[in-house]
Write a protein that binds this ligand. Structure first.
Ligand SMILES: N[C@@H](CCC(=O)N[C@@H](CS)C(=O)NCC(=O)O)C(=O)O
Length: 217
């Protein structure tokens, strides 16, 4: 297999997704930590958009977490991380799009918003997004704990980093996970127990210290 090199950042949930995909497939990749406030010139030179994650595989360069993850799944298919049925694959892509456009995008705006009223509005939106996911999750297949039942997929991987970091939002703001999210709790526990996920897991305190430093700088 050609050399796999991932430009990543420990706080970045998108890069976290790719680290999880590589770990699920037990791919021995070279991880290069990028300081996003002081990007090294070699990274700036090769990166099309200046963002992590960026994957180099042999002579191929891929960016954007969802696209990188599907690329990895296609060229290193063991174990497959997309559903087997085309209709479910379409649904998995819808899940990834949904969480990108809702949870991750609103969280990004929240992190960089200082005005109190705007922050309150974003927190309310985050609660609605989580509740919406819980409602959809309540209707998922019951053959197992994941979004596609017993099959762990890139849709689970796209969602999980947000939940690993959600405790930081609770520490740094008035955001609280809505009560009674039983589907999400069960899902979160099952994903959290996976070997690849544990390998890359960080605690809320670990994230909180670094976010404080990052936002203060
Ligand atoms: N849509 C992209 C988002 C990647 C992204 O926003 N990465 C952030 C870190 S979490 C970044 O590199 N920011 C640096 C910058 O924008 O200068 C993906 O899915 O990979």
């Amino acid at each position: 297999m050609s050399h796999v090199k991932l430009y990543t950042n420990q706080l970045c949930p998108y890069a976290h997704r790719v680290r999880l995909t590589l770990a699920e497939k037990e791919i021995d990749a070279e991880l290069i930590e990028i300081d996003l406030k002081n990007k090294p010139s070699d990274f700036v030179h090769i990166s099309p958009d200046g963002r992590v994650p960026l994957l180099l595989h042999g002579g191929t360069k891929i960016w954007g977490s969802a696209i990188i993850n599907e690329y990895i799944d296609e060229v290193m298919p063991d174990p497959p991380l997309m559903p087997a049925v085309p209709a479910d694959r379409a649904l998995a892509r819808n899940w990834i799009k949904l969480v990108d456009e809702q949870l991750y995008s609103t969280t990004h705006r929240f992190i960089f918003t200082r005005e109190a009223e705007a922050r309150r509005e974003l927190v309310a939106q985050l609660r609605e997004h989580v509740q919406f996911i819980e409602n959809v999750m309540a209707r998922r297949p019951r053959s197992g704990p994941y979004l596609f039942g017993d099959r762990f997929t890139l849709a689970d991987i796209a969602l999980y980093p947000w939940f690993e970091q959600s405790g930081v939002l609770e520490q740094l703001s008035e955001f609280r996970l809505p009560p009674d999210c039983c589907g999400l709790s069960e899902w979160r526990q099952a994903v959290g127990e996976r070997k690849a996920v544990r390998q890359h897991a960080r605690t809320t305190d670990w994230y909180a210290v670094r976010y404080r430093t990052y936002l203060a700088a």
